[in-house]
Design a protein around this ligand. Sequence first.
Ligand SMILES: Cc1cc2nc3c(=O)[nH]c(=O)nc-3n(C[C@H](O)[C@H](O)[C@H](O)COP(=O)(O)OP(=O)(O)OC[C@H]3O[C@@H](n4cnc5c(N)ncnc54)[C@H](O)[C@@H]3O)c2cc1C
Length: 371
Amino acid sequence: MSILLPFLFLLFHGHGAAAGDICIVGSGISGSSTAFFLTNYTSAFSGGQLRVFERCAKVGGRLATVTVAGEDFEAGGSIIHPRNLHVRRFADLLGLAVKTDGDDDWLGIWDGARFVFQTLRPLPPGTSWLRRKLHVLLNSLCLLKRYGLSLLKMDRFVQEMLQRFMLYYNGFESRPVFDTVEEMLKWSGLYGLTRRTLEEELVDAGLNSQTISELVTVITRINYGQSVSISGLAGAVSLAGSESGLWAVKGGNWQLAAGLLEAANTTLHIQEGIDSIHYAGDHYVLKSNKGHEYDCEATVVATPLDEVNITFSPPISIPPRKMQHTHATFVRGLLNHVSVILLSVTNYFITAMHQGTNFYEQQVMDTSIVT
Ligand SMILES: Cc1cc2nc3c(=O)[nH]c(=O)nc-3n(C[C@H](O)[C@H](O)[C@H](O)COP(=O)(O)OP(=O)(O)OC[C@H]3O[C@@H](n4cnc5c(N)ncnc54)[C@H](O)[C@@H]3O)c2cc1C
């Protein structure tokens, strides 16, 4: 779920070649922020053009909106964590208006027979600041009453992960340049989290089983459509996505990518996919699906290598990894009877996990409400 944990693969030629174009494959947040950083913070880029290739008709990649019934919805990266300092700075630099999460969601957790937990009914618009604060406090107390100290332990687990993540903002005096993602995670101490499941991590952190099967399950399901058996790192990121202060760009987060590409003065090749990248001794030759060839002094592949359909010569080694595809499904329709009854009790209801039942799948399919 993290914008700016890019799958960047950099191909630089050896020293001594003439300055030329720098090429970036992919116009998502990784490609566009790379363009921005190259333009603003390096002297390596001099003279040539900064070309960005995007095979789709729009920039932004997995930051995309869909329009249903005249309304725009985020279809990919929708919420940005307050500690994502780069993206916060991009939004400010580009003058993009942002919106923050409200505290007034009306949430209920359904165990198949009853609501095991419900937040208070939201306050009407125009309620005073003081009453709103009190409302948030009361909701926190309700949570504390049901989940007790496990809530604090969960928060500590997330804060520890975030503190390690923040180390990546250190300057080069105290932060090395990493060759691999593994190396990067080991340096900050996050690697261990990738070796175990979220559930294992949380049990070790002292959370009780009720909190894991109800609250944590709900959060991992909302954010990733997954259970607590995802990796500890993905799970910790998912839990961070339930904190307060989350925000988004009004009108769509894709504007971050569009703005950065413009600010970096890139030459944008939209709807032009790169089919092959050939190393020609002192530069790279990129061939596109439009039959064009581009000589590039350096090339950045800013799209997941696991999925990329580019022929590299000489070939590169891409270690096999198990990937899980996430499907964002938008349903426009009328709610069925069951849903309407439940919706009169809360405006979000989410199913808890119970061992031995296939409750999740059944309920999701029947009601189309659970995320
Ligand atoms: C459903 C969903 C929900 C998410 N929710 C969140 C969230 O709430 N918060 C958060 O922080 N993150 C979230 N994420 C993750 C976040 O969206 C991604 O991590 C981020 O957008 C990835 O950016 P990227 O630039 O690395 O890759 P991408 O956005 O995938 O960009 C790669 C680009 O490369 C292009 N491309 C690929 N191959 C070629 C080629 N051969 N030639 C030319 N162009 C090519 C693609 O078309 C694409 O535009 C979510 C992701 C998904 C899918």
